[in-house]
Design a protein around this ligand. Structure first.
Ligand SMILES: Cc1cc2nc3c(=O)[nH]c(=O)nc-3n(C[C@H](O)[C@H](O)[C@H](O)COP(=O)(O)O)c2cc1C
Length: 216
């Protein structure tokens, strides 16, 4: 009887051990989930990043002296999930520089000088990774500011799609689009978008219509 009892006890212990082994397997479940969770956690920032970077193939570049074009560029980057790059002049433009009622203000002097190439602070290290580059700027005297020439001359955008947009008091973007086409002859330059300065803070409808019309 004693022997039977000890066999039963040993069997019960084995069962217990087996069930502990089961828990160990359960312990593995979270560890199996761990990579899933980790993957999920990794995906979340990746998808956050995607919201900012699209699939990594779109870039919104802009120059803005007084903030209007910046508003449009930020809205566009947000809508597209694209990366955003600001063209920052090495020498920032002061209000005095932008006083176009003064013939000799810096902005007017630059626009009147075909060879003016205001320096840009910093650069885009990885432009090759982008297929589509949205490029925004204000209109100065009917076209793009000379610093945009500095920008386009610094990068070879062959094979890429360039989608230009601007803000202005009313002047259109067609002259600038022509100039961009000349500066980047091996890129596809889409129809441009002009947004009035007073609409720059809320440009989404105009952006949506434009994106539709250029097939992007
Ligand atoms: C030097 C200078 C020249 C400008 N020339 C024009 C122009 O020819 N036509 C126009 O509609 N607006 C013109 N503007 C107004 C700007 O295009 C407009 O305010 C634009 O939204 C500014 O963009 P930003 O705030 O991104 O710099 C000019 C502004 C400056 C400072």
């Amino acid at each position: 009887m004693k022997k039977l009892l000890s066999i039963f006890t040993a069997f019960a212990m084995l069962l217990c051990l087996a069930s502990c082994g089961g828990e160990a397997t359960n312990d593995e479940s979270p560890s199996t989930e761990q990579p899933l969770n980790t993957a999920k956690t990794q995906q979340e920032p990746a998808s956050d990043t995607q919201e900012q970077q699209s699939d990594g193939s779109e870039l919104v570049v802009y120059f803005s002296a007084t903030g209007n074009t910046r508003s449009v560029a930020e809205a566009l980057a947000d809508m597209r999930g694209a990366e955003l790059y600001e063209i920052v002049p090495e020498q920032p433009y002061t209000n005095e520089d932008l006083d176009y009622s003064n013939d000799s203000c810096r902005a007017n002097t630059e626009q009147n000088d075909d060879s003016a190439r205001p320096a840009i602070s910093g650069s885009i290290g990885n432009i090759d990774q982008y297929d589509t580059i949205f490029v925004g700027f204000p209109i100065w005297w009917g076209t793009m500011p000379r610093i945009m020439y500095t920008f386009f001359e610094a990068y070879d955008m062959s094979g890429k799609t360039i989608a230009p947009f601007c803000t202005s008091g009313g002047s259109g973007i067609s002259s600038a689009v022509g100039e961009i086409t000349g500066l980047e002859p091996s890129a596809t330059v889409t129809e441009g978008l002009q947004i009035g300065s007073s609409n720059a803070a809320d440009p989404k409808d105009e952006l949506t219509a434009w994106l539709g019309s250029i097939g992007l």
